[in-house]
Design a protein around this ligand. Structure first.
Ligand code: ADP
Ligand code: LRH
Length: 501
């Protein structure tokens, strides 16, 4: 048994945590050192209320967790950081953060993608980057910030996990799995794309690309933590710093060629693992993304709105004094008939913070379906609609990647949602294997173990350890499959008769 203890800082859009891990033979023994909320804040900038991440609170939570983990373990061998994608901080020439990273759900990027594609056709951009178009991709955020005083004063741009990594160890790097979500990377070469950077600079009217840091692959030991942290002997390791990359690395797929995954948290990332990107026109039209994975892999996936719809509904009910515990909500939803009302979970009206139940009710009303009017029916509508969206995304990804998918792995907080797992099995007609819940942190920890030479065998070994260390639940498809066919046809008809694939 190695005596090394690794620490994962894993920041999700709803909460952050610090987990430690230690290998005991082929098992990983984990412990939670800290868990803290992630609460974005709206702050006035000029005449707008800009939605920002409270990055100092997140840093404080991570620091406190690492301090506790350091004491409990008798000294950490290493630490790695992963967070959500695309967002970044700007630093001045002294390395000081110039402002809070702006949240990807902030509206500042409206119109930026269209401006960018007027200068570089979307087809060309996809042929290089393989990246889906989301309004919040880093390339569009940087374009939206062009001309701002903050961007003008910046000497460095660091993605959020790289920012925390810099605060831990001092190195300014960009880890490639997360860089692949920026829309600035050539997904084939795993390097920044000179062509895309040149377009961005020209449009922004300044040398934005000079702010980018050198790229590193996951599994790179970056160096010791800064002496000022007081954890002598601890190394900072670049892990799959995109949370989804760490999660996919740890999905316990015995046969990745015949498996799909759903990384189910605030977002649902629905996809397969490939050796090479798929950059066909059909793939671009379906807005499937090619994100880079650990160990030279490609995560070919679709972003589907996830449990954000439920957590934002809960936030609304709480503000109205109608707080209901999640377990009670899910139990009540289980008693509502299936597929009574289904909505397009990726409808743009559902993406910004706000009164989610009212927006869902409006989508139902305007499409002539029964209107969810309480917590149970709204929750059921969200879960049925998510399961339906998973079915569509899975079929699209499998078709475009030419994959025969025989099992679906659900990892992340959503793996605890039995009703959603069951509906996912029913809607896809495939067995669902749920767990582990903390898959992202496990992927983060085991990449560190590999980097320190404690675990050989690459991704198959990582997945073997995860399978041996986790309780997994299997859900077989059941019920009337035609129910889902009809629900899908209904949604397609609402979308104007053309299947949204
Ligand atoms: P993120 O990393 O994006 O913050 P997580 O993977 O932590 O997301 O998942 C958070 C979601 O998991 C919550 O929004 C909630 O819907 C779901 N979840 C967490 N705990 C439970 C539970 N006990 N039962 C059902 N769902 C749960
Ligand atoms: C999930 C996630 C996802 C991104 C989104 C911004 O946490 O990283 O993979 O697309 O956040």
């Amino acid at each position: 048994m190695t005596t090394n203890t690794y620490a994962a800082v894993d920041l999700g859009a709803t909460s952050g945590r610090v987990l430690t891990g230690r290998l005991d033979g082929r098992r990983l023994v984990t412990a939670e050192a800290a868990r803290f909320v992630n609460e974005p804040v709206r702050v006035p900038v000029g005449d707008r209320q800009v939605l920002q991440w409270d990055v100092l609170a997140l840093w404080a939570g991570a620091r406190a967790g690492l301090d506790a983990a350091h004491r409990a373990s008798g000294g950490l061998a290493s630490v790695g950081v992963d967070t959500w994608a695309v967002d970044h901080g700007l630093l001045d020439a002294d390395g000081a953060l110039l402002g809070n990273p702006v949240h990807y759900r902030d509206e500042r990027t409206a119109g930026a993608a269209d401006r960018f594609f007027a200068a570089l056709p979307a087809e060309t951009h996809y042929a290089i980057t393989g990246a889906q178009v989301q309004p919040f991709n880093t390339v569009f955020q940087l374009l939206a910030a062009a001309g701002s005083a903050q961007l003008g004063a910046a000497a460095r741009v660091l993605l959020v996990p790289d920012l925390l990594t810099a605060w831990l160890g001092g190195a300014h790097v960009t880890e490639v799995t997360n860089a692949s979500t920026t829309g600035l990377l050539d997904v084939g070469t795993r390097r920044w794309s000179p062509r895309v950077l040149e377009r961005l600079d020209a449009l922004a009217g300044s040398d934005v690309s000079r702010l980018l840091a050198p790229l590193v692959e996951p599994g790179t030991v970056l160096g010791p933590v800064l002496p000022t942290h007081g954890w002598g002997g601890t190394h900072v390791v670049a892990v799959g710093s995109h949370d989804t990359a760490s999660a996919v690395a740890a999905v316990p797929m015995a046969d990745p060629a015949h498996a799909a995954y759903i990384s189910s948290g605030t977002w649902s990332l629905v996809g397969v693992e490939l050796d090479a990107p798929v950059r066909t026109e059909a793939s671009r039209r379906a807005n499937v993304t090619n994100e880079l994975g650990v160990a030279g892999t490609v995560r070919y996936l679709k972003n589907v709105a996830g449990l954000w719809l439920l957590s934002e509904s809960q936030r609304t009910w709480r503000a109205q004094g109608r707080e209901t515990a999640l377990a009670a909500l899910l139990a009540a939803a289980a008693d509502v008939p299936a597929c009574r009302t289904v909505v397009d979970v990726d409808d743009p009206v559902l993406s910004a913070p706000g009164d989610m139940p009212a927006r869902i009710a409006e989508l139902a009303r305007s499409s002539g379906q029964p209107v969810p009017d309480d917590e149970a029916t709204t929750t059921r509508c969200i879960l049925d609609s998510l399961a339906l969206a998973y079915r569509r995304a899975l079929r699209t990804v499998a078709r475009l990647a030419d994959r025969d998918v025989r099992v679906v792995h659900v990892v992340g907080g959503g793996a605890r949602n039995d009703l959603l797992c069951r509906l996912t099995a029913d809607a896809t007609g495939l067995p669902v294997v749920a767990g582990p819940v903390e898959c992202t942190a496990l992927g983060n920890l085991l990449v560190q173990a590999g980097a320190l030479g404690d675990l050989d065998g690459g991704l198959p070994a990582v997945r073997e350890v995860v399978a041996a260390s986790s309780d997994l639940t299997r859900w077989e498809p059941s019920g009337d499959a035609t129910l889902w066919d009809r629900a899908e046809a209904r949604l397609d008809a609402l979308a104007g008769g053309s299947p949204r694939r």
